[in-house]
Design a protein around this ligand. Structure first.
Ligand code: 7TS
Length: 408
């Protein structure tokens, strides 16, 4: 991977922020966009824009082809069996809510169990809390080990024949761990449960094969993988999608409407009520083309190298605490620096042009488990370099000086 050629394609990276060259280390929150994605959306609006699935006119069919072409790209990218198993949504949050409301609420009843982990992002936690409350099912947790990983033997104990849904993130947005989804899915299926995967942090960074993983549902967001905001998708096995209730009713999703009864279109359209996110899908399709032109395995390798480099360099800073396992992590490092509040760390770094995230990262139960109220997090993507990490380390040492601590 030619890092300079990659960086050249991201216009936003070539600017100064607060008088310093921008060092963007917040891609786990949202990634930057290559010129090809920006251009694809511009081209769509300048040449092809129309509503889809209705017009007989030329622009309408071009827009439909662009939208359905993007669906086919997503399907191929995830190795879904067919494009109709991809439902476009606003992102991971909407996709997971669709499963928890449209599927889980229909199949769960009192005495059933929904199993998740304490490392879940709120969007893979609250929808299950609400589904459990609505159905009388019990919400159960696979516990975390001291380094933030899970044990399969715990999964074997927590998942029982009463379990109807196991929902888990593939990659943690705080701990950087990669969960053993395939093995957990096997345990879930052996007990008659379905496996729901939060792919928000995995899809941008590694090759994903939903069939190989054994995912019954898989959700992700476009904006974390070089695509635009406002678009993501839910993959589902055909039998699951055919058993799921729509949760939004209106135009586009219906077959026949009468005064008191209506019927729905086939999948995926019955889950895409209203005018869909057409330009967003076009941008997501371009993002997939871009990522594939670089190569997902190359991206994965680059980020793991950066993560290992960052872990070693940051570990040398006196008074730093890094959360999550040392090895096997993906490209993000979550930490705290002595008793400097993470928001102060992020503010001092911002003055040096370095963007990181501070806060609870939408993982309040995990923060409680870590015994902190907030952390700082640096996250990397294909356009980051070792120099970016060196700048972060220098910035953190200066932050310690600024707050009057001894330097390690
Ligand atoms: N799941 C995980 C694991 C995530 O990291 C995020 C967003 C989501 C779900 C929700 O994605 P959305 O696109 O629907 O918002 N994570 C973060 C983050 O770590 N910092 O900002 C957003």
């Amino acid at each position: 991977m030619n890092i300079n050629a990659v960086r050249e394609q991201f216009p936003i990276l070539h600017q100064e922020v607060n008088g310093h060259p921008l060092v963007y280390l917040d891609s786990a929150a949202s990634s930057q966009k290559p010129r090809s994605v920006i251009d694809a959306m511009k081209r769509y609006y300048e040449l092809d824009n129309a509503n889809v699935h209705r017009g007989v006119h030329t622009l309408g069919s071009r827009a439909t082809d662009a939208y359905e072409g993007a669906r086919a790209k997503v399907a191929a990218f995830l190795n879904a069996e067919t494009p109709e198993q991809i439902i476009f949504t606003r992102g991971t949050t909407t996709a997971l809510n669709l499963v928890a409301t449209g599927y889980a609420r229909a199949v769960c009843k009192e005495g059933d169990e929904i199993v998740i982990t304490p490392m879940e992002h709120h969007s893979n936690l609250i929808p299950w809390q609400q589904a459990a409350k609505a159905t009388g099912a019990t919400l159960k947790y696979i516990p975390l080990q001291p380094d933030g990983t899970i044990l399969l033997q715990d999964a074997e104990e927590v998942i029982t024949p009463n379990t109807k849904v196991v929902a888990m993130t593939y990659v943690s947005n705080v701990l950087g761990v990669v969960n053993p989804i395939k093995e957990v899915a096997e345990i879930a299926h052996r007990n008659g449960a379905i496996m729901v995967v939060d792919g928000a942090q995995s899809t941008p960074h590694k090759k994903v094969d939903v069939q190989e993983l054994g995912a019954d549902f898989y959700a992700f967001s476009g904006h974390k993988m070089c695509g635009p905001t406002g678009i993501g998708a839910l993959y589902g096995k055909k039998s699951m999608l055919n058993n799921m209730e729509p949760i939004e009713y209106g135009g586009e999703m219906i077959d026949f409407v009468d005064l008191y009864e209506s019927t729905w279109k086939e999948i995926p359209y019955r889950f895409e009520g209203g005018t869909p996110i057409i330009a967003g899908a076009v941008g997501l399709g371009a993002a997939i083309d871009f990522l594939e032109s670089v190569g997902m395995d190359e991206i994965d390798r680059h980020e793991r190298k950066l993560a290992a480099y960052a872990y070693d360099k940051l570990s040398e800073i006196d008074g730093i605490e890094i959360y999550g396992p040392k090895s096997g992590r993906v490209g993000l490092i979550t930490f705290n620096l002595d008793d400097v509040h993470p928001h102060d760390v992020a503010t001092v770094l911002d003055a040096k042009g370095i963007a990181i995230r501070a806060g609870h990262h939408c993982c309040q139960p995990l923060m409680r488990w870590l015994n902190v109220s907030a952390t700082a997090r640096a996250s990397f993507y294909l356009y980051n370099t070792e120099e970016d990490i060196d700048a972060l380390v220098r910035g953190l040492i200066e932050t310690k000086e600024f707050f009057g601590h001894a330097i390690g």
